[in-house]
Design a protein around this ligand. Structure first.
Ligand SMILES: NC(=O)c1ccc[n+]([C@@H]2O[C@H](COP(=O)([O-])OP(=O)(O)OC[C@H]3O[C@@H](n4cnc5c(N)ncnc54)[C@H](OP(=O)(O)O)[C@@H]3O)[C@@H](O)[C@H]2O)c1
Length: 330
């Protein structure tokens, strides 16, 4: 099998390399792509140095079975035809095609069968905050239909890519040295702060990130579920956290939900509050599953339930989910 990674120098691209090393996929050849910025750079994969090629409109994708793309929505839109024209299946991490009717939006634990119907040979990887939430919601949906969700997210700096991580690190160093912090990637200083603003604002005053959680959840779960989100950037380096409140058609007990989470593929139950056992991003970073804890009945609504959910968004929220889609296909 011949695989390409497009955007290998980025936060998600680097995770692709690590995940392909870790897993047992039969990769006969790996081809790496980037822009002018990283073309010519070399990365090690399974003991071999591979040079990054410049992504261009040519026939470089001929013979490549799968392209794992994470180079932003503009690049995906511009190069989709070039990538897929010789039969390559493009598994795309960007938001470019997620809501297109003829592009499946897939989380393998939730809707793996959708991946089989990709007439444009493009499969979209959902938004990172949506992926971890639907993996958890899927366990509850099997008990009773979820009608609505309120969610507040606590999103790490790495959600904004390699530059986001570098900016947070630099800000703490600058502040520690008594200097003015550099603010470029985020709207404000993130160090010692939280910013209730991710992506651009839309006409209804929700951000694009928040509306992705509304629309993408419905598409993945094939559901009329409504999601009202507040997405917040926090000074955490890696792994996103979410405080989720949901309402089901029939009341479900905390015990039922705990049992459902415990047996749900891709979910790890971490819920022993008396022992201070609950998931936190510092300790979940680098891990594969979606962790849930702090499960409680909602105090304002008989059919309501609330829980806390943490996952490494570069892994399950991006690279790992895309590789799992590839594994589903083969
Ligand atoms: N970070 C996350 O948590 C996360 C989660 C889910 C989805 N995503 C999505 O994944 C994509 C990448 O995110 P990231 O966080 O990895 O960003 P990043 O760290 O900023 O990396 C961006 C990558 O895109 C490449 N690139 C940009 N323009 C290109 C072009 N014209 N041709 C070829 N390569 C190009 C860059 O290569 P050069 O260095 O060569 O320019 C770099 O490898 C985005 O669409 C993002 O929305 C990110």
């Amino acid at each position: 099998m011949k695989i390409a990674i497009v955007g290998v120098s980025g936060a998600v691209g680097q995770e692709f390399l690590r995940i392909l090393e870790e897993r047992t996929l039969p990769v006969d050849e790996l081809v790496l792509f980037g822009s002018q910025r990283s073309a010519g750079r070399k990365y090690n994969f399974r003991g071999k140095e591979i040079e990054v090629k410049l992504l261009q409109h040519n026939d470089d994708f001929k013979g490549i079975d799968f392209a794992l793309t994470s180079a932003g929505a503009g690049t995906s839109r511009e190069f989709a035809d070039t990538i897929t024209k010789h039969g390559t299946v493009m598994i795309d991490n960007s938001s470019a095609f997620r809501m297109d009717a003829d592009v499946p939006l897939v989380v393998p634990e939730v809707n793996p069968e959708d991946a089989k119907n990709a007439p444009r040979r493009i499969i979209a990887n959902p938004n990172c905050t949506t992926i971890q939430m639907v993996v958890a919601l899927n366990a509850v949906e099997k008990l009773s239909h979820i009608t609505r969700v309120h969610v507040s997210t606590y999103q790490s700096a790495s959600g904004a890519g390699a530059a986001g991580m570098a900016e947070l690190e630099a800000q703490y160093a600058e502040l520690g040295a008594g200097k003015e912090p550099t603010v470029a990637k985020f709207a404000f200083q993130l160090a010692y702060n939280v910013i209730p603003h991710i992506d651009v604002f839309t006409d209804n005053d929700y951000t694009k990130e928040e509306m992705k959680m509304f629309h993408e959840t419905r598409k993945i779960m094939h559901s009329d579920i409504r999601v009202s989100a507040t997405c917040v950037r926090v000074p955490v380096m890696r792994a996103h956290s979410e405080s989720v409140w949901l309402e089901t058609e029939r009341p479900v007990s905390v015990e039922e939900v705990r049992a459902a989470f415990a047996k749900e593929p891709g979910v790890v139950l971490m819920d022993e509050p008396a022992e201070k056992v609950y998931p936190m991003p510092l300790f979940i970073a680098g891990k594969d599953p979606v962790y849930v804890g702090r499960i409680r009945k909602d105090l304002t609504c008989d059919n309501g339930l609330t829980f806390w959910c943490v996952s490494d968004q570069i892994k399950k929220g991006a690279a790992l989910n895309a590789v799992q889609i590839l594994e589903t296909l083969i």
